[in-house]
Ligand binder design. Structure first.
Ligand SMILES: C[S@@+](CC[C@H](N)C(=O)[O-])C[C@H]1O[C@@H](n2cnc3c(N)ncnc32)[C@H](O)[C@@H]1O
Length: 252
C-alpha cells in the first residue's frame, strides 16, 4: 500500500500533498508539458518523491544519507517508477555540485531547513535550482506547535524555553535543531526571489490527539484529516502548527 493510501501516514502528509499536487498540475498546464523536472532536496526515502514520480514527473532526490537513498531506490522500484526517480548523494548547501542551476520546474525542500547550518543559503540554493516561474514547496518545523506540545505534556519550563530560544529549541534533549514561524519562512522565501502564494499549517491537531482516539473510533482518521484540511489555510492556526508549508513561485 502506498503512503498516500495509508490513513495514519496520510495524517502527516495529506495537506502538503494536496497543495503540492495542485501546484504541479498548474505548472504542467502552464508549461504545456505533462512530465515536469522536479528536484527534491533532502528528499530522504521518497515520501514525496515517489508519489510525485507516480504522477508522471521526473524526480531528482538530493540527500546526504546513503541509507535513505538506498531505501528510496527500493521504494521507487516497488512503486514501478525507478526510471523516473534518480537519487544523488549531496547537500543542499553544495547543491550545484550535483544538481543543475535553473534546471527544474519545481523544487521541494521538506523538513530540511531545520538541520542545515545556514537556512537562508539553503533556500537561496533551492530557488536558484528553479526555472523562472517554477514552484517552490517548502516545509519547516513550526515553533508554536512545539511550544504547545511541550506545554500539553506538562513540560512548562521547556515550552517557555522554546519560546525564548533563538532557534526555537526546548532544551538540550530537543532532537530538532531549529524551528520557524510562518513569518520567518515567508521572509526567507521572499528574500530568495520567490513570490509567496500560500502558507499552510500542517499537523495542527494530529500530533496532539492520543493515538487511541484516532485508531479505535470508526471514521476518526477521516474526520481528523478533514479538520486538518479545514484549518490549514487559516492564519490563526499557523501559530500552533507542528509544521508550516510555504508554496511560492519564482519571480520571472
Ligand atoms: C525529516 S527528513 C525529511 C525527508 C523528506 N523530505 C520528507 O519530507 O519525508 C530530513 C531529510 O533531510 C536530509 N538532510 C539533512 N541535512 C541535509 C542537508 N544539509 N542537505 C540536504 N538534505 C539534508 C536528511 O538526510 C533526511 O533525509
Amino acid at each position: 500500500m502506498s503512503d498516500q493510501l495509508r490513513p495514519r501516514a496520510s495524517l502527516r502528509t495529506a495537506v502538503v500533498w494536496e497543495v503540492l499536487k495542485d501546484a504541479l498540475d498548474r505548472r504542467a498546464e502552464a508549461t504545456g508539458r505533462d512530465s515536469l523536472d522536479v528536484l527534491d532536496t533532502g528528499g530522504g526515502t521518497g515520501n514525496f518523491a515517489v508519489p510525485v514520480a507516480r504522477l508522471g514527473h521526473r524526480v531528482t532526490v538530493v540527500d546526504p544519507s546513503p541509507n535513505a537513498l538506498f531505501a528510496l531506490e527500493r521504494r521507487a522500484a516497488e512503486a514501478g517508477v525507478a526510471d523516473r526517480v534518480r537519487g544523488v548523494q549531496g547537500d543542499i548547501l553544495g547543491l550545484f555540485e550535483v544538481a543543475d542551476r535553473a534546471g527544474y520546474d519545481a523544487v521541494l525542500c521538506h523538513g530540511v531547513l531545520e538541520y542545515v547550518d545556514d537556512p537562508a543559503e539553503g533556500v537561496r540554493n533551492a530557488v536558484d535550482a528553479l526555472r523562472p516561474s517554477g514552484a517552490l514547496s517548502l516545509l519547516g518545523a513550526g515553533l508554536g506547535g512545539a511550544v504547545l506540545a511541550r506545554a500539553l505534556a506538562g513540560h512548562f519550563v521547556e515550552a517557555r524555553q522554546a519560546l525564548s530560544d533563538p532557534a526555537g529549541r526546548w532544551g538540550e534533549g530537543d532532537p530538532v535543531p531549529r524551528r520557524f514561524t510562518a513569518e520567518q519562512l515567508s521572509e526567507l522565501v521572499d528574500a530568495a526571489g520567490v513570490e509567496v502564494g500560500a502558507v499552510h499549517g500542517v499537523r495542527v491537531f494530529a500530533d496532539l490527539v492520543p493515538g487511541v482516539l484516532v485508531d479505535t473510533e470508526p471514521g476518526a482518521v477521516e474526520a481528523l484529516l478533514a479538520l486538518e484540511a479545514a484549518v490549514a489555510e487559516l492564519p490563526a492556526f499557523h501559530s500552533v502548527a507542528t509544521q508550516l508549508h510555504v508554496l511560492g513561485e519564482k519571480r520571472a
